[in-house]
Design a protein around this ligand. Structure first.
Ligand SMILES: C[S@@+](CC[C@H](N)C(=O)[O-])C[C@H]1O[C@@H](n2cnc3c(N)ncnc32)[C@H](O)[C@@H]1O
Length: 296
């Protein structure tokens, strides 16, 4: 008896290998060999929408296609799991670190796998709660998945997702929906106005950062990359982070196995080691285009 699953579209191991190769080349995601079914379930929606007969035809079309299908392909294969105040100790660490810095200087932060927005909005809440609304900071939040970014910009969440915050915090930063929007909450402008969302592929490397950064949040995305990709990206982080800057990684992501560029100073919190040339030592980039690399 065949153990092939009944599927609407023909899909072979060869197709799966092709998908693995393409997504790795595009965005660095290293899909495990056990993800064959996941890939089918994510991409079959695209096949249905486009009306193509099978996976091979889809992949042929993709390789010929304009960039809009590439973006759909990437959007379908990313995993966007996130939460408000995920790994809450990082937000406490961030605040205590910034408390030690001189007031008045603008703090520059980058959240580079922002998904649907919970992480950057948590950063803003932490900063506003600790330092007040006049606190000078600039937060750029990027992701390669443009659907996730759109959700982040919309800033509308199920109330269920706000469970980790107390009622006063929710009332201060969110508007609860009524009528057909009951059960939803939207971020207030006091949050929305403090984050700039933009598409950016960490693999593309064409980032332009006019000033060195104080803080990088890069959490729960390195798990999808192999060591080589991690090393390349860490090297770029090292260049654009100030010598007293911080890099926050995900709970299962030790950067210590990827070379000596960063030193651990807390639970998955890192500071750059001194030996490489960093951004502040180089000539500056294009002032008009902070973190403006395209996602493609
Ligand atoms: C599991 S989510 C993590 C979200 C958030 N950082 C957190 O810790 O809750 C991983 C995110 O990384 C993004 N991602 C994957 N590959 C990427 C790449 N090459 N460049 C930028 N973002 C990427 C995905 O789109 C997804 O939104």
């Amino acid at each position: 008896m065949s153990n092939r699953k009944a599927r609407d579209f023909e899909y072979t191991e060869e197709d799966f290998e092709k998908v693995r190769q393409l997504i790795y080349q595009r965005v660095g995601i290293n899909l495990g060999p056990n993800k064959m079914e996941m890939v089918y379930s994510r991409l079959s929606r695209r096949l249905r929408t486009l009306g193509v007969p099978d996976m091979k035809a889809y992949l042929q079309r993709l390789e010929r296609a304009d960039s809009s299908e590439w973006q759909e392909f990437v959007n379908a294969l990313t995993t966007n799991l996130t939460a408000f105040f995920r790994e809450a100790h990082h937000f406490e660490y961030l605040v205590s670190h910034l408390r030690k810095k001189a007031r008045g200087q603008k703090v520059k932060l980058w959240c580079c796998a922002a998904s649907t927005g919970e992480e950057p909005y948590s950063i803003v809440i932490a900063l506003l709660d600790a330092f007040g609304t006049d606190y000078p900071f600039e937060l750029v939040a990027t992701d390669v998945d443009t659907n996730a970014l759109q959700a982040a910009r919309n800033g509308v969440y199920d109330l269920e997702r706000l469970k980790g915050m107390d009622d006063a915090m929710v009332a201060k930063y969110f508007m609860k929906g009524v009528g057909k929007n009951a059960g939803l909450a939207r971020v207030k402008n006091v949050l929305a106005d403090r984050v700039t969302f933009a598409p950016l592929n960490l693999l593309s490397g064409g980032w332009q950062v006019p000033d060195a950064l104080d803080i990088i949040f890069c959490r729960n995305v390195f798990i999808y990359f192999d060591k080589e990709t991690q090393g390349t990206i860490l090297q770029r982080f090292h260049r654009i982070l100030k010598s007293d800057g911080l890099l926050f990684a995900g709970h299962s992501e030790s950067l210590l196995t990827v070379g000596a560029m960063f030193q651990s100073i807390g639970r998955t919190v890192y500071k750059p080691t001194a030996q490489l040339v960093r951004h502040s030592d180089e000539s500056s980039g294009d002032e008009s285009a902070p973190l403006s690399a395209a996602a493609g």
